[in-house]
Design a protein around this ligand. Structure first.
Ligand SMILES: C[S@@+](CC[C@H](N)C(=O)[O-])C[C@H]1O[C@@H](n2cnc3c(N)ncnc32)[C@H](O)[C@@H]1O
Length: 331
């Protein structure tokens, strides 16, 4: 069982516990987001932790973990366009992942026994209803769902920690039954602890509310975990647009559904900037999710917007992983 060791003591962005001194430091577009710098890790030195990235999308979890010295040993994503973006951004950091065959497609076709050992499991999984008939049975009622695939991997690989992300609605989904089943399976069937909280991207510096349900569990049930405290807003939509935007915190990025008018109740993609109406593009979307300037989308603009709408906001994910690392260090 791999152990989490050598977790950086202070701010890992300032310290250089494992990076090469000659590595090129790439910064985010906005100086205001200076604390979310990305650096090219040098894995000749031991990573701070290893992880797997399930339902990887464009790699929001991967980027946050990479910033904290983590190394991805397995990822799974079955959408061809998302895979392209993922590979274009992470290949240079981790050629082994892509050349070893450990960047898998459909997770339902992966035998969990073939996944390499790892410390942390990350997954922003699609929410699916569980079978009503089996509600009392817990584990078996999740069979055939993507959550079941996560459970099988945790059961087989016994990671130190899992960190799952989903939409806020999962809490109340199917009259609260879905969440109750998830909690029951994790605590009773897997024997892990279970902590959860709804966190907004705006709690971690970004001008977008984007409430999401975060679920964290430790194999060591003695660990008392607390989600990180909210921080102040670091940038507003004016910083995102590089022009005056009266809306301080923007609309939550969505997947598709573009084209509504600015005064439409459901509008999420039009803004008034310097007195003109502007439609959001992947350039602004990227900043709203806390992705670095050098993050590329080798796909169509429509695909890029879809991928951004599906993705996680990196700073909040990073803050939670950092808190997990702290807890494991002090245990
Ligand atoms: C909500 S998104 C997660 C986005 C990701 N957290 C990110 O930062 O970009 C869910 C992802 O799961 C992928 N997915 C859904 N079913 C899958 C499966 N059976 N195997 C692998 N990937 C799957 C989708 O293509 C989608 O990209």
């Amino acid at each position: 069982m791999p152990k989490v060791k050598d977790i950086p003591k202070i701010n890992p962005y300032k310290e250089k516990p494992f990076y090469n001194s000659d590595c090129v430091e790439e910064t985010f577009q906005m100086e205001l987001l200076d604390q979310f710098k990305t650096k090219k890790p040098d894995y000749k030195h031991k990573p701070n932790f290893t992880f797997i990235d399930l339902f990887a999308g464009i790699g929001g979890f991967h980027l946050a973990a990479l910033n904290l010295g983590g190394q991805c040993v397995f990822a799974s994503e079955f959408d061809d366009n998302a895979r392209k973006t993922y590979e274009a951004n992470f290949l240079k950091h981790n050629t082994e992942l892509f050349h070893s065959g450990n960047f898998a497609g459909d997770i339902t076709e992966v035998n969990e026994k073939n996944i390499p050992n790892f410390d942390f499991l990350f997954a922003g999984f699609p929410c699916q209803p569980f079978s009503q008939a089996g509600f009392k049975k817990g584990f078996s009622e999740t069979r055939g769902t993507l959550f079941f695939n996560i459970v099988k991997i945790i059961q087989e690989k016994q990671p130190n920690v899992f960190f799952l992300e989903n939409v806020r609605g999962l809490l109340r989904h199917d009259d609260d039954k879905t969440f109750a089943t998830i909690k029951k399976v994790i605590t009773k069937k897997l024997g892990y602890s279970f902590f959860y909280k709804i966190i907004k991207a705006s709690d971690f510096g970004l001008p977008q509310h984007r409430p999401r349900l975060f679920m964290v569990g430790f194999k060591d049930k003695n660990i008392k975990f607390k989600f990180p405290e909210a921080q102040e807003l670091k940038i507003t939509m004016s910083d995102i647009w590089n022009g005056y935007c009266p809306k301080k915190i923007g609309y939550t990025l969505r997947v598709g559904g573009r084209g509504s008018k600015i005064d439409d109740r459901r509008n999420w993609d039009s803004y008034v900037v310097d007195g003109n109406i502007k439609k959001i593009s992947s350039n602004e979307g990227k900043k709203m999710q806390g992705l670095p300037n050098h993050f590329i989308f080798p796909v169509s603009e429509t695909q890029a917007m879809k991928q951004l709408g599906n993705s996680v906001a990196v700073p909040e994910i990073q803050a939670v992983i950092k808190q997990i690392l702290k807890k494991l260090k002090t245990q």
